[in-house]
Write a protein of this length. Structure first.
Length: 584
């Protein structure tokens, strides 16, 4: 259009080229030694600052016409808007220009940062405050995995129906992500004999950066190509690849579980549970907000709206990548936690005795007894809880959209505002009551929420009160499954030990496999609703709740008592014997 200026010559502008080269070479000069860069002089710093000022001036003038943004905004947006190029809002060009440019520049600087960290030596010891930062970063990573997984839920049915596919395809678009993550987690497990902490850190950060780049590729495809089945299959392929990449980030969560003390494993699991529920709620909420922005900007086709959503996810991925780069401590080997003086002396005094006892136990243990029954049952219960929660995620959005006629934006916002706070309140109540009530009593209380919520899924004509009954059922059923999932996850990690068949790395691999069940649950739940009806799905959920109750009682029966309780009878017998000696 005549209102849009012709492509500028930013790439031929010597000031822009020199400034961009200086910006890229600055971190490299810090990473290299003086011998590697003999040409660095004092005047170079002044020249670098001058070039930054000139860059700021030139970017304000020519940013809309730099190479990646010029090609994207001027070529993609006219094809993306149904009304034609003349109706493309000016803000749409700016969003694409600055969004894509920011992602590209952030990924470049992140690469230079990681090269610098990888080359310089670092200490293995970390403080407790540094451990807290690492734990917080891992919780955010856990949250982001769920955001990436659930963000496509509100648009999945629209993408499938627009290309002639059924509800099964819409469920596959959602469930393929955790299933693909199993492949990445299996790769991490396969690499364990050669894996070092430094290599694991590099893999975690670089895989997130690659995921941001692939989300950008998805935006390009969805914004430029005409809607078709091939485009949907290409988008499904990209989601699969990004899911595999997310599995590689297990290298970050493996190490934080190893260094966390057993007394804090439950709190780390509950933190993951909070991020799980919050991520599953934020995904549809973010999607609904981005879809509303896309429609206001003139993007009416569901594929174009999904493209804008992928651009927003790419920017979010860059932020999480930077957070992991800062949160994961750089170290030359496995991390060790610094202790206070008294703790360190006591640890040194009892270290040899612990190693000797460990060797004796490993020598006496038979291969068939190395798998802890409690850990196995905890993994089974985690699988059942994941099936229940995943079914709620995809079935609620489908029933609200098909049965009650809600729009994609309304579905996304409703799921975010209802399920997210419900999970947070549920896990917060669990944390508050921990220590005041026995763990078995707490688990039964939250399981009772599921027992009440599952029957509300039945659609009885004379007793139903519309979509609010469905949302009330989800508010009770979903937090119950997610809270119990966190409790059973902590049980599995507490019983993990080196030298057994259930190590920390293997449990993380099994966790990815548990999440991978969503690949079958998501399309299966939607097929049950579309073929057999809502009441059949409600019956399945009631059966799942009963299974959780049965296996939970079995878990409590086989769980070994805590060490303090196990040693109490021996101590009581010794005190009784001493009293008898005194009396005699």
């Amino acid at each position: 259009p005549a209102t849009i200026p012709p492509p500028a010559h930013a790439l031929t502008n010597p000031h822009v080229l020199f400034s961009l080269a200086a910006m890229a070479s600055g971190p490299l000069r810090e990473a290299c030694s003086a011998s590697a860069c003999p040409g660095a002089a004092e005047t170079d710093a002044d020249l670098f600052q001058t070039s930054l000022v000139q860059t700021a001036i030139d970017l304000r003038k020519t940013a809309p016409h730099l190479l990646p943004t010029h090609l994207l905004s001027r070529k993609l947006l006219p094809m993306a808007v149904d009304a034609g190029a003349a109706d493309v809002p000016a803000v749409a060009y700016s969003v694409v220009d600055w969004g894509v440019g920011s992602v590209a520049l952030a990924l470049l600087l992140l690469f230079l940062w990681e090269v610098r960290v990888f080359l310089q030596p670092c200490s293995r010891n970390i403080t407790k405050s540094r451990l807290r930062l690492y734990q917080a970063a891992s919780v955010v990573l856990y949250w982001f995995r769920l955001v990436e997984y659930t963000a496509v839920i509100p648009v999945s049915l629209g993408l499938a129906t627009a290309t002639g596919f059924g509800p099964g395809m819409s469920g596959l678009l959602v469930g393929i992500r955790p299933a693909a993550r199993v492949v990445g987690a299996a790769f991490v497990q396969f690499m364990q004999p050669w894996m070092t902490y430094r290599l694991g850190r590099l893999l975690a950060v670089s895989s997130l950066a690659l995921a941001a780049a692939l989300d950008l590729v998805a935006f390009v495809l969805l914004a430029s190509m005409p809607p078709s089945r091939n485009l949907l299959l290409a988008f499904l392929t990209l989601r699969t690849v990004v899911g595999v990449i997310m599995g590689v980030t297990n290298t970050a969560t493996n190490e934080v579980r190893k260094i966390t003390p057993d007394a804090e494993q439950l709190y780390v699991s509950l933190g993951n549970g909070v991020s799980l529920g919050f991520g599953l709620a934020c995904g549809p909420l973010i999607c609904g907000m981005l879809l509303a922005i896309a429609r206001i900007s003139g993007f009416q086709d569901v594929f174009r709206q999904c493209g804008i959503m992928m651009l927003g996810l790419s920017v979010l991925t860059v932020f999480v990548t930077w957070l992991m780069a800062v949160g994961m401590p750089p170290a030359d080997g496995p991390l060790t936690l610094e202790r206070e003086g008294a703790e360190e002396a006591q640890e040194a005094a009892t270290g040899a005795e612990k190693e000797q006892k460990k060797e004796e136990v490993e020598e006496q243990a038979e291969p068939g007894t190395k798998v802890t029954n409690a850990a196995v049952l905890a993994m089974i219960l985690m699988t059942i809880c994941t099936v229940s929660g995943s079914a709620v995620e995809v079935s609620a959005s489908m029933m609200l959209e098909v049965q009650y006629g809600w729009s994609e934006e309304r579905v996304g916002v409703a799921m975010g505002l209802v399920l997210g706070p419900a999970v947070l309140v549920s896990i917060g109540a669990f944390l508050y009551l921990t220590g005041k009530l026995p763990e078995l009593t707490l688990a039964r209380v939250f399981l009772a929420m599921g027992v009440v919520g599952a029957p509300l899924l039945f659609d009885v004509r004379d007793w139903s009160f519309g979509p609010w009954q469905l949302l009330l059922s989800d508010v009770l059923l979903y937090p119950s499954a997610m809270t119990l999932l966190s409790v059973f996850e902590a049980t599995a990690f507490v019983h993990a030990a080196p030298g057994t068949l259930l190590t920390t790395e293997r449990i993380n691999l099994l966790l990815a496999g548990v999440e991978g069940t969503s690949a079958l649950v998501a399309p299966g739940a939607r097929l049950i609703i579309s073929v057999l009806g809502r009441n059949a799905y409600a019956g399945v959920q009631c059966g799942i709740v009963i299974m959780i109750w049965i296996f939970q009682e079995i878990l409590e029966a086989v769980k070994p008592p805590p060490k303090e309780e196990a040693e109490a009878p021996a101590g009581a017998a010794l005190e009784s014997l001493q009293e008898e000696i005194k009396v005699k």
